[in-house]
Design a protein around this ligand. Sequence first.
Ligand SMILES: [Zn+2]
Length: 60
Amino acid sequence: MADTEDHPEVRLVTHCRRCHGWLVSAASVAEGIGPTCAMRERAEQRAAARAELTLFDIAA
Ligand SMILES: [Zn+2]
């Protein structure tokens, strides 16, 4: 069969985009980030949103 060239390489493991550690669970691979890093990222986004609100309060 010559159609292997038509298939993109299917990666079952990849690196976390945040800590570059190996991701091995399908869900983490799909998200491109590990569960711990996803949790930290969400916490940071919340903190950033809070900071923006605070700045808005000061400006207003
Ligand atoms: Zn990570």
